[in-house]
Design a protein around this ligand. Structure first.
Ligand code: FE
Length: 178
C-alpha cells in the first residue's frame, strides 16, 4: 500500500500529458519554456550551444536528461503508455523526432519507437557507460540525449528507440481531434 501511494503521483502524471489534446504548442507553452530562444519547429539547422547556455534556457528537469544524460525512472514518464495520434518533438529544441504510428507498447516503461521520422532526426554515438555497450540516441538538431537504441524492436525495422518522456513533446494531429 505504501508503495502504491508513493507511485500514485507519477501514475497520475502519466495519465495527464502536459500538452492537452486540442492545444497548440507555442513559445509560451512548449516544454522548453519561453526562455529558450533556440526552440523551433521549423528550423532544422544544427545548433551549437554551450552547456552553460543550455543550463540557462532549459528547465532543470529537461536539462538533467538532455544535457547530463540522466534517465527518468521506468513507468514514470508521461508518454510510456501514451497512445495519442501525432508527432513527438525534442522538448529542448523543437526538432521533429517520431510519428505516433512508429510507437509501440514495449513493456519496458519508456516510450518506444521502431523508426525515426527522418533519417537525420537523430544521431548516434557509442555509449560504454555502466560497463555496457549501448548505442546512445541524440537529437539530430541540438545533440541532446534522448535515450538508447536496441535491436529487440518489432518489424519492419527490428529496432527499439527507447526514449525518455521528459525530453519528448507530443503534438496531436488536428485530424485526430475531430
Ligand atoms: Fe533537440
Amino acid at each position: 500500500m505504501r508503495l502504491f501511494l508513493f507511485a500514485l503521483p507519477a501514475l497520475l502524471a502519466a495519465c495527464h500529458p502536459k500538452t492537452a489534446p486540442g492545444s497548440v504548442v507555442t513559445a509560451e507553452t512548449n516544454a522548453a519554456g519561453p526562455k529558450n530562444p533556440y526552440y523551433s519547429r521549423t528550423d532544422t539547422a544544427t545548433l551549437h550551444i554551450s552547456e552553460a547556455e543550455w543550463k540557462k534556457v532549459l528547465p532543470d528537469s529537461i536539462y538533467e536528461v538532455s544535457r547530463e544524460k540522466d534517465t527518468e525512472r521506468a513507468f514514470t514518464g508521461k508518454y510510456w503508455n501514451y497512445t495519442g495520434i501525432g508527432t513527438y518533438y525534442c522538448a529542448a529544441c523543437g526538432n521533429a523526432l517520431f510519428r505516433s504510428d512508429s510507437k509501440f507498447a514495449s513493456e519496458c516503461g519508456w516510450p518506444s519507437f521502431f523508426e525515426t521520422l527522418r533519417p537525420n532526426s537523430v544521431s548516434y554515438i557509442e555509449d560504454h557507460s555502466y560497463n555496457m555497450e549501448r548505442v546512445e540516441v541524440l537529437c539530430g538538431r541540438c545533440g541532446g540525449h534522448l535515450g538508447h537504441l536496441f535491436d529487440d524492436g518489432p518489424p519492419p525495422t527490428g529496432k527499439r528507440y527507447c526514449m525518455n518522456s521528459i525530453v519528448l513533446e507530443f503534438e496531436p494531429d488536428v485530424a485526430s481531434l475531430k
